[in-house]
Design a protein around this ligand. Structure first.
Ligand code: BG6
Length: 509
């Protein structure tokens, strides 16, 4: 067996802190897809480069013949060179590639799985994987049933020694009913403890930091409630359009693509009660409780907005409207922007609206959570003195420019008592020198280590669909026209009006 490669860049103390995976392999279905190319392969290399994968680690790509990439190993290397965050070390790369295998075949052919079985056994003998394998389904959900059925038929789902796990990517279904059907299919093959559902937002450092910010500090939790918080805004804005993803996106839309998962997970972490520990069960239980209590603040008509981007100028480029994008049906009612007004029926949050918005082709790429606090019950200042002052706001910047900002009023220097808002800022870039792993690095490592806290459980998925289904059903069955918005703007007027009815406005992040 090969000697373990240890990254010479790591100090002894770094190495002691590391959580290193034990002997194992990863079987990647959909290895030639965008997700694999842009995220999964670079993350695997970065893990390997950082010394977090065992020397025996074996990557087995399953590719359909029609992917027709003549030299898949060279293609994988290119993807790694393009996407790696930790820089290319030729020794580390060739060590990883020495453990790369390919199985080519259709996903519905038993022959493919027979070959896969042989490849897994060979890798166990040659490389010492211990029979431990994770099957990563980076493929469209429509293909899940056939792959899972064949894995079961070929008896690859379990092994007399070693573990078998399955990784599935969001979206988990398209609505509550299909999510339940998908779960039935997956749990028919793998037991719950071997299923890892990836919502990559949970792998982000800044998202995990919500738990640290709330529960490691004395300052925030006492005011984290309806006595002090006026409302919460969660924004996930992207400046890109749908690019070449019409095949996936059209008919899905922003509410299903990112609100059902990423944004509702953020809401759950912000609003949940303190878990008794950060073990998977304790954490998931609290998220489930708060998602159960979450509902539309009014009805779908006055608490949701769906819209599509129009054509226009964005960043010096004349961009197409959504309906003109390649592959989009000309009468599509798919939302490229969605906003929701939610409430949470708990003692802590009763009466506090949570406004969520997500969209493509908006002003800039930014994801943030902003808690806007109430104004003090009494202000010993004149209106004129307080004119420059807003409300205290805590902004958790998920990305980019990761950090936390607190806005509060201060006296403007000078002979008068004039107030103006100032900010106190924590930025990851300034505060830490440590390497911040990409979400996929963290999540893939957790799969290989068998650690589930950062993966949502089926109940969370279903509770989120229950909420989003109400809104998508309303828009799918309503004759209300879909508003459009200018590329590079902050969304449609109807969204401003949704907050306007509460006397509030969206932040300009
Ligand atoms: C994915 C969505 O889950 O998240 C994409 O399917 C979106 O539509 C992407 O672009 C954004 O991820 P991130 O990490 O760049 O915010």
């Amino acid at each position: 067996m090969e000697k373990e490669w240890v990254n010479p860049l790591l100090s002894d103390s770094d190495t002691r802190m590391l959580r290193v995976a034990s002997p194992c392999g990863l079987v990647l279905f959909g290895i030639t897809g965008d997700l694999s190319k842009n995220k999964i392969l670079p993350a695997i290399y970065d893990l390997s480069h950082r010394g977090l994968l065992p020397a025996s680690f074996t990557l087995i790509g399953v590719a359909r013949p029609k992917a027709s990439i003549p030299n898949l190993a060279a293609w994988v290397e290119d993807a790694i060179r393009d996407g790696a965050k930790t820089g290319i070390d030729e020794t580390a790369l060739s060590q990883l590639m020495a453990g790369f295998r390919v199985v080519e075949g259709d996903y519905d052919s038993p022959e493919t799985f027979c070959q896969l079985n042989a490849a897994l056994s060979a890798a166990e003998k040659e490389r010492g994987t211990g029979g431990n394998y994770a099957f990563y389904l980076a493929i469209p959900p429509t293909l899940f049933p056939q792959v899972l059925t064949e894995l079961k038929e070929a008896d690859l789902d379990n092994h007399d020694h070693g573990w078998r796990r399955v990784v599935i990517e969001k979206p988990f279904g398209n609505d509550l009913r299909s999510a339940q059907e998908l779960d039935r299919i997956v749990t028919d093959v793998f037991d719950e403890s071997s299923i890892f559902r990836i919502d990559h937002y949970l792998g982000k450092e800044t998202v995990q930091n919500i738990l640290a910010l709330r529960f490691a500090n004395e300052l925030f939790e006492p005011i984290w409630n309806n006595a002090h918080v006026d409302h919460v805004q969660i924004t996930m804005a992207e400046d890109i359009g749908i690019g070449s993803r019409a095949g996936y996106y059209d008919g899905v839309g922003a509410a299903r693509d990112v609100i059902q998962n990423h944004l509702l997970q953020l809401l759950a972490l912000i609003a949940m009660e303190e878990p008794t520990s950060f073990e998977a069960d304790a954490l998931r239980r609290e998220k489930e409780k708060v998602l159960t209590a979450t509902h539309l603040f009014g009805n779908a008509g006055n608490s949701s907005v769906f819209a599509q981007y129009a054509s226009g100028w964005q960043g010096g480029e004349n961009v197409r409207s959504y309906l003109d994008e390649d592959g989009v049906s000309p009468d599509s009612r798919t939302d490229t922007y969605a906003a929701l007004r939610l409430g949470i029926d708990t003692r802590r949050w009763a009466g506090v609206p949570f406004y969520l918005r997500a969209g493509k082709r908006l002003g800039r790429r930014v994801t943030e959570v902003a808690l806007e606090f109430r104004r003090p019950p009494f202000l010993p200042f004149t209106d004129e003195q307080a004119a420059g002052m807003g409300s205290n706001t805590l902004v958790i910047r998920i990305q980019p420019d990761e950090g936390v900002t607190f806005r509060f009023a201060s006296k403007v220097p000078g002979a008068q008592m004039l107030l103006r808002d100032v900010t106190m800022d924590f930025g990851y870039g300034h505060a830490f020198t440590e390497y911040a792993p990409e979400a996929y690095e963290r999540l893939i490592l957790d799969v290989l280590l068998g650690e589930p806290p950062l993966f949502p459980r089926q109940t969370e998925v279903e509770l989120s669909w229950k909420l989003v289904d109400q809104v998508t059903n309303y828009w799918e069955n309503s004759s209300r026209p879909l508003e459009t918005y200018e590329p590079g703007s902050w969304g449609p007027l109807a969204s401003d009006a949704m907050l306007g009815q509460d006397g509030r406005t969206w932040r300009r992040p």
